[in-house]
Design a protein around this ligand. Structure first.
Ligand SMILES: NC(=O)c1ccc[n+]([C@@H]2O[C@H](COP(=O)([O-])OP(=O)(O)OC[C@H]3O[C@@H](n4cnc5c(N)ncnc54)[C@H](OP(=O)(O)O)[C@@H]3O)[C@@H](O)[C@H]2O)c1
Length: 253
């Protein structure tokens, strides 16, 4: 039986990805901090699943997670857990930002490295890092740390994907880069999206289809967002930063 591990499975995109993977026949390892949510998810899954409670902001818990599950012959890793924070960089809370860096960057880095080594040995496996279209922009004034964490995830993913191609490896590493998605993200980050978000169900299905079927390195799941990303590439950095700042300003509740 094939097994997939999903971080941040207790809500939003991770919850829906777990449902899609289960429908595709994968057994699941569900990772997050809120056990009640994971127990609810377990009830609606079509395949066997296990819960591992883990605070991914803690390096030792990330390493412990890998040790706990490494014998389970996992073939799909979805590094999805993450959160954002809005505000002027001089005013945002340092501890929250360090925790964000730990979850959005360090945990993704640790788990990608540890699982990738196993996947490369067996020349099989998929790693999908949930970044954001924020990671494809020039920077994110008023959400500076969040944008920077997602740029790290995009850059790391692109580089590792290229190394794997160079090795002739069958292992897939890609990044999901959505724009707004209807989840609890905005509540946690304390923002209001201007743009209407896509549904988490659509986002999860689109991401997994493009991972399994098209093996796309960067997955952007909406035409509107694809257009924004293309336009941003044609624009000089300073005006692009100004536009991003205006968008973020409107988001602040
Ligand atoms: N929604 C959007 O508009 C959007 C757009 C682009 C990218 N993304 C990215 O998509 C990913 C999923 O976010 P979402 O939109 O689905 O938001 P969400 O509904 O708030 O879900 C976030 C998930 O991350 C988990 N998580 C957060 N901190 C954690 C920690 N310290 N340890 C373990 N798990 C932790 C949460 O689980 P617990 O709280 O139970 O631990 C939850 O399951 C994130 O990486 C986010 O940056 C979201």
């Amino acid at each position: 039986m094939k097994t997939a591990l999903v971080t941040g499975a207790s809500s939003g995109i991770g919850y829906e990805m777990s449902r899609v993977l289960s429908h595709l026949g994968y057994e699941l390892i569900l990772v997050a901090r809120r056990e009640d949510r994971l127990l609810e998810l377990q009830k609606v899954l079509e395949t066997h699943s296990e819960i591992v409670l883990c605070d991914l902001s803690k390096e030792d818990e990330c390493k412990e997670l890998y040790k706990k599950v490494k014998e389970k012959d996992i073939s799909v890793l979805i590094n999805n857990a993450g959160f954002g924070l809005c505000g002027n960089f001089t005013e945002t809370d340092l501890d929250k930002e360090l925790s964000m860096i730990n979850v959005n960057i360090k945990a993704v880095h640790i788990l990608t490295k540890l699982f990738l080594k196993d996947f490369v040995k067996k020349d099989d496996g998929y790693i999908l890092n949930v970044a954001s279209s924020a990671g494809l922009m020039a920077g994110g004034p008023l959400m500076a740390t969040y944008y920077a964490t997602k740029a790290y995830v995009v850059d790391l993913t692109r580089a590792v994907n290229t190394e794997l191609a160079d090795m002739g490896s069958n292992v897939y590493v890609g990044a999901l880069c959505p724009g707004p998605v209807d989840t609890e993200f905005s509540e946690v980050a304390d923002v209001k999206f201007e743009m209407k978000g896509i549904s988490k169900k659509y986002c999860a299905k689109y991401a997994l289809y493009n991972m399994f079927e098209n093996r796309k390195m960067i997955i952007v799941p909406s035409a509107e967002m694809k257009l924004s990303v293309c336009a941003s590439r044609l624009m000089p950095t300073r005006p692009l930063l100004e536009i991003t700042k205006l968008i973020q300003k409107k988001k602040q509740s």
